[in-house]
Design a protein around this ligand. Sequence first.
Ligand code: ATP
Ligand code: MG
Length: 380
Amino acid sequence: MDTKPIMLSADRPTGKLHIGHYVGSLRRRVELQNSGDFSECYVMIADTQALTDNWENPNKIKENLVEVALDYLSCGLDPSKTTIFVQSQIPELFELTCYFLDLVTLSRLERNPTVKNELKMRAFEESIPAGFLCYPVSQAADITAFDTTIVPVGEDQSPMIEQCQEIVHKFNSLYGETLVYPKIMLPENGSCKRLPGLDGKAKMSKSLNNCIFLSDDRKTVDKKVMTMFTDPTHLKVEDKGHTENNPVFIYLEAFVTDDHFRKYLPEYADLASLKAKYENGGLGDVTVKRFLAAVLNDVLDPIRARRKEYEKDIPAVYKVLEEGTLRAREKAKMTLSRVRRALKVNYFEDHKFIEKQCKAFKKKLADEEKLAAYLAKQKH
Ligand code: ATP
Ligand code: MG
């Protein structure tokens, strides 16, 4: 098996991608892709997974497929280095999911903290779709089908990777060393692990409607930043403020560089000095928010510009997905053939086994003939 690292990560096409995706995973993927350290890089659009809680609205998934692809390309994912593909078009993934389902208990799925959280958010009550509850298993199939060693994701995905590792361990112990053991790669910067929403909620998420999208224009970003939740005890400029759990400062931690200070707020050298001023009193929320909006617009400008270019040729974007999917399928087929061998469901390819059975049956027939001849002789 190849020992060079292989990267894979994915997003659900439930909407355009937001700045939480960017700092949690997307920025890292582009860095890893360009590092030259990886033998293969995969990025998947998880449309089948998105259907597990959007089955009533397949149009939403269909429409957002290209939006996510545009976000990928405009952030710098390069189809000549990264295979970008669509989950539903690779049947091998669903076959693998089926085998994995036997290795997981319902209670283990119900205990998965991310699933628990998402179930609460979606208020399924008593009618939890089986597909939704089982999506961590299909995610384990997505990861292992490509011999993935590194999964660069946000913190919400930790329980998913743990569940995948358990499946790999169980599979390999039962059927022999077949699957590659994946590891999670979380952002180093704590604020990027789980970027909060504009509303101060624990996570910026498409489903919570609290996002700044990578494709938002400058004015929209300015407006959204101005509505942001900050420190509710910081009412007047002179008031002492809290920077901890304050989304405006968390966003700054995720995005700001010292260059931004030189460009937009030269009276402060860095984030530490801005924070100190806010905490000691004398710095208004509007000043900090204006600065944050300028920083975000600086980061988003080149992404927006590249998006505009790609938007001019949508069939070419679909072509990227189609070609990527073909390549990804070839890889998944290879893994599946290993898995089928390990699970002994490779009936038509196992010629040695057929030959062995052939010999055994021939021997059985010969023995029966011998016995019949012997019995016939005895009768005489
Ligand atoms: P949905 O609401 O449809 O689940 P989402 O906004 O949670 O959408 P996903 O497609 O589930 O986004 O997540 C894709 C990737 O982006 C995952 O690796 C996830 O960890 C990362 N990610 C999503 N939101 C954030 C966030 N707020 N902070 C850091 N990483 C994030
Ligand atoms: Mg999610």
